[in-house]
Design a protein around this ligand. Structure first.
Ligand SMILES: [Zn+2]
Length: 541
């Protein structure tokens, strides 16, 4: 019965979606740090032409989840665009400890390339650590005339979606306030981008950030003890004079925490469509946009802040601007758009503590120092190389030069982990590779584990907990993400445009299904590795 259903689905979709229906342009939007519930919480203040239009006239997938740990930006973008999990594509975190060099490396860091039009510290980035093809790579292999352009504030937000064969992946340079690329792609920025940069330096775009709507329209309080106070401010409240804050701090970070960075990115995306002539010939082109500022602001102010509420009210207008442009230029039947997020976020744990909810902090340095001291007293030496992303790395070099045995050390450290203080579970790399279990969190940890890049002993925290490195003054402010709990895994997933039904799909889906579905829709020559084709999305009603 199942096979017949599957067959009839493919037959139906093949009829419904013939070659002539292939969209001229596909626009993939990733919002950095967007919890699923924002679609509901902020809905009342959204326009009719942005998120609400995608929900009303497109497909709304209400139960899309990440299926691995850790839920960070690098792994998120890589998994959306490769259709597989970090154990396969190798982007296990934003940064990790590289055993060979004994240093921390970045998921898109690449010392062998140089920045193009960049300032000194930015631009040494490429997709070399991404070990699988992206959907954008396969698009270019299927249709040799296809173009791929990818833009973001963060380098990893542009590089990982654009894949290995991108025609242009551009990200923000915190040193000079313009968009740059690296010598991996080209030795010169295109003329149109140099012109765009001359007109649109971040300092010229930084304004005063005041609430977009009148005060009564917001559900969140402006002043709370859980928000980080930006340098140059005495309270975490509106208005934010972004230009002045940049000058006071001597940095462009205040610009990237503001909605003005989203607007600048939309402008860049629209300029790229025009100047690269995307969607103008028979080969489908793809534009990837990753809005980073919701994440940068989310870390500082938390999901319950007025700043985040305003950020999303304004992001909705960016979306509406994009949809309007695409409809005017191509018509609804000729473009395909999807929107999702790279992860969600946990409410500020200090707020959870104060409100009597589950949550808190573990002092990760204390945990590691305790294990180091146990190791010294048992084996006469400290064999821990370091910790990153709750992965504990053993010092193989030191162990190999000693008479001690790696397995023995690992088992000893593992048996000395203290639970019920915020740490819920732990697993060694070997356990994860041989894993046969029904435990969902361990299965997710295994899907995020790469033996060459991950640690030897991995920790899972309790619900609502974050690791902290130092004990700063209470209350602790700001928040983060990375866990396998729904607040981090449950993200929006909206599809709109060419042949997409107006429908709501409640089935639980995994983030890796997005690329498989795109591959099916675009008739690409290779499907994504592990995802499934999402059913009920395309065709007439
Ligand atoms: Zn983040």
């Amino acid at each position: 019965m199942k096979n017949i259903c599957l067959f009839s689905f493919f037959l139906f979709s093949a009829i419904a979606y013939s070659q002539k229906d292939t969209p001229k342009i596909i626009v993939g939007i990733v919002v950095d740090q967007m919890c699923y519930d924002y679609l509901n919480r902020f809905n009342v203040n959204f326009s009719e032409q942005g998120f609400k239009k995608m929900i009303r006239e497109g497909a709304h997938l209400t139960n899309m989840h990440y299926n691995y740990i850790p839920t960070y930006t690098g792994p998120g973008h890589a998994s959306i665009y490769t259709g597989t999990t970090p154990d396969n594509h190798g982007i296990i975190a934003n940064d990790w400890i590289q055993r060979e060099t004994r240093t921390q490396v970045n998921c898109v860091g690449d010392a062998s390339v140089s920045g193009i039009s960049s300032s000194a510290l930015y631009g040494k980035s490429s997709p070399k650590r991404l070990s699988k093809k992206t959907i954008t790579d396969v698009l270019k292999e299927t249709y040799p005339g296809s173009k791929v352009i990818s833009v973001s504030i963060k380098d990893r937000g542009a590089i990982l979606p654009g894949g290995h064969q991108s025609d242009g992946s551009y990200w923000f340079d915190y040193g000079n306030g313009t968009f740059i690329t690296s010598s991996y792609y080209t030795n010169k920025l295109p003329c149109w981008l140099r012109k765009f940069n001359r007109k649109n330096n971040a300092m010229n775009r930084a304004q005063i950030w005041s609430p977009f709507l009148e005060d009564g329209a917001y559900s969140s309080e402006d002043d709370s003890p859980y928000e980080i106070i930006l340098s140059g401010k005495s309270k975490p409240v509106f208005p934010y004079d972004i230009k002045n804050l940049c000058e006071v701090s001597g940095s462009l970070s205040p610009f990237t925490i503001s909605p003005f960075a989203n607007t600048l990115l939309t402008d860049l995306a629209l300029e790229a469509i025009k100047k690269e002539k995307l969607g103008k010939d028979v080969s489908p082109d793809m534009l990837c946009i990753s809005y980073s500022s919701p994440d940068i602001a989310g870390h500082a102010f938390g999901p319950d802040s007025k700043e985040i509420e305003d950020m999303y009210i304004r992001l909705d207008l960016e979306l509406s601007r994009l949809i309007h442009y695409l409809e005017q230029s191509f018509g609804k039947s000729n473009f395909l758009m999807f929107l999702t997020a790279d992860h969600g976020v946990v409410p500020v744990p200090q707020k959870l503590i104060d409100e009597g909810e589950r949550g808190g902090y573990i002092l990760i340095d204390q945990v590691i120092n305790y294990l180091r001291s146990k190791c010294v007293s048992k084996f006469g030496d400290d064999y821990i190389l370091g910790q990153d992303n709750l992965n504990i790395y053993l010092d193989y070099e030191k162990i190999n030069n000693s008479t001690n045995n790696k397995e023995e050390i690992l088992n000893f450290l593992s048996s000395n982990i203290t639970y019920n203080n915020g740490i819920k579970q732990s697993a060694t790399g070997d356990q994860l590779q041989k894993l046969v279990t029904n435990d969902t969190l361990l299965q997710m940890l295994a899907k995020g584990f790469d033996p060459k890049r991950s640690g030897d002993l991995l920790l899972i925290l309790e619900h609502g907990y974050l690791p902290k490195t130092t004990l700063s003054a209470k209350p602790f402010k700001g928040t983060s993400h990375g866990s396998g709990y729904a607040y981090d895994t449950h993200v929006p997933c909206l599809w709109y445009g060419s042949n997409i039904k107006s429908t709501e799909i409640e089935q639980r889906l995994e983030i890796i299904d997005i690329s498989s579905t795109l591959s099916h829709i675009l008739r690409l020559k290779e499907g994504a590795e592990t995802g499934k084709v999402i059913q009920g999305l395309i065709g007439q009603e």
